[in-house]
Design a binder for this molecule. Structure first.
Ligand code: PGA
Length: 254
């Protein structure tokens, strides 16, 4: 089974409505026919507009950057997975290191969010990744294994097959430092091995694992050409249409 190659753009908390509309239009204009999947993950206010303009473009999808773990109710300021679905989202980023770090999201909370997302037919893009001190102490695999076990590995096989994984070393996010292609490959291979042990080799071979952390047009090709890297989760470079589209076009030709 050939797994999906994906480039997702995480706009984070950037772009007011007009800026976001212009960016999305500019990306769409530059895209050729898409061989791989592309996911735009803007702030909530853009989701409706983006899903309207991407509706008829094959392989272009919309994702959110977060959702609440409960279905609905008195949770002022929060967004439910069913609401995201209702404006055309197919994906939701969960477990991003900024959510873990600034909003205290831990494994138990993320497991609940993953369940709610899946119950509403949203595919989680589940992020894992170690901080610099863990990398320097050689503990990166331990950290990632723990994040996978606490947030995801309670899922059954069918549910898990709807999850996309993203390895994002925290020390590489927004810092201009990228993991080397070899560091990315090593961790992706390790993650795939864990998935194979927990589920099956078949499931592991079908799971897309994206790399994230300072991916740019200049380094995307080298990273995407690694055997276990199935694409990227792009932050800063997703805010520039030309850079983002160049990254989308960085997969090695089959
Ligand atoms: P970056 O962000 O590309 O700006 O490093 C990646 C991410 O946080 O998803």
């Amino acid at each position: 089974m050939k797994r999906k190659q994906i480039v997702a753009g995480n706009w984070k908390m950037n772009m007011n409505f007009d800026e976001g509309r212009d960016l999305a239009i500019s990306i769409v204009r530059k895209l050729g026919p898409l061989k791989n999947e592309v996911i735009l993950c803007p702030p909530f206010i853009h989701l409706n507009y983006l899903s309207v303009i991407s509706k008829d473009i094959a392989n272009l999808h919309i994702g959110a950057q977060n959702c609440h773990q409960k279905d609905k109710g008195a949770y002022t300021g929060e967004i439910a997975a069913s609401m995201l679905k209702s404006v055309g989202c197919s994906y939701v980023i969960l477990g991003h290191s900024e959510r873990r770090q600034y909003f205290g999201e831990d494994g138990a909370l993320l497991a609940a969010k993953v369940d709610t997302a899946l119950a509403n037919n949203l595919k989680p893009i589940f992020c894992v990744g170690e901080k610099l001190d863990a990398r320097e102490a050689g503990k990166q695999e331990k950290v990632v294994e723990k994040q996978l076990k606490s947030g995801l590995f309670h899922l059954g096989e069918t549910q898990f097959s709807n999850v996309v994984l993203a390895y994002e070393p925290v020390w590489a996010i927004g810092t201009g430092k990228t993991a080397s292609p070899e560091q990315a490959q090593d961790m992706h291979q390790f993650i795939r091995k864990l998935v194979a042990q927990k589920y099956s080799v078949n499931i592991a071979e079908g799971t897309s694992i994206l790399y994230g952390g300072s991916v740019k047009p200049a380094n995307a090709k080298a990273i995407f050409s690694q055997a276990d890297v199935d694409g990227g989760l792009i932050g800063g470079a997703a805010l520039k249409a030309a850079d983002f589209v160049s990254i989308i076009n960085s997969f090695p030709q089959a």
